[in-house]
Ligand binder design. Sequence first.
Ligand code: G1P
Length: 303
Amino acid sequence: MRIRKAVFPVAGLGTRFLPATKASAKEMLPVVDKPLIQYAVAEAVSAGAEELVFITGRSKNSIMDHFDKAYELENELQERGKTKLLEVVQEILPPGITCIFIRQAEALGLGHAVLCAWPAVGDEDFYVILADDLIDGQLRPCLAQMHRVYQEYGTSVLACEQVPHDEIGSYGVVDVKPVGPGLGEIKKIVEKPKPDEAPSNLAVVGRYILTPRIFKILQRTQAGSGGEIQLTDAISQMMQEQTVLAYEFDGKRYDCGSKLGYLKANVEYALKHPEVGEDFRNYLHELSIEEHFEEGKKDHAAG
Ligand code: G1P
């Protein structure tokens, strides 16, 4: 049992990053030197995906260009003997991987974006990846971990994580019956509940393995939370017919849809970066000594 197709809903407006996202895609924001969408694609490919389906909207051409072959750039790098950089550019899309771009004409919600992928996905189980949830899977990428669960249970799997109670209203939230360590069968799922009404603190994050049954259900799904067609509502419906599992992955997630989460990701990925990691660590160290010194001066003046 393999999953060959991965869907990337990338039509969102990225309003939390305005003005940076006025004319360019939020998924192209870099974490150190790679855009968010490239991390997402690498994760899907590591979990066996061969066909990548991007659901795009306006101002998203840079995503298409990023995964396209750049003949002029490659020739230029070749001629100048910049072979390392040439490799970096050529590795963006590994051989044998194809990309399909589908335009979501109206931003009607995540559920609608996934429905737009139906003609490309057809009657197969598939991945959905939200690129602004960047996940450092440590031992194994998050989707590859989920794929193992899928191979054992042969059913839909959602990546989940405990989140602080006051943040729970920003997520799809699940109530589960435990099945194994870090694994539960979802009994209830609600999109962006009021914290007092949330069934638990276990939130769905941006990785899904879904069966194609979801498409038929999405066709009939009415607008829900925020006036949008919600994937969560369709999953809730699907649970009446099929088992859906919640999997608490090993790893660290950065909410790169928020400024703070994005900054944290940049700092931590920079610290691990082979080229700049060490210098960056030294720089942060100096900076913290300076801050400490400044704080000390302030305290001294106040006291
Ligand atoms: C979407 C989903 C939500 C999920 C979240 C994870 O919400 O609708 O259920 O918990 O992604 O990042 P969004 O962040 O697009 O509002």
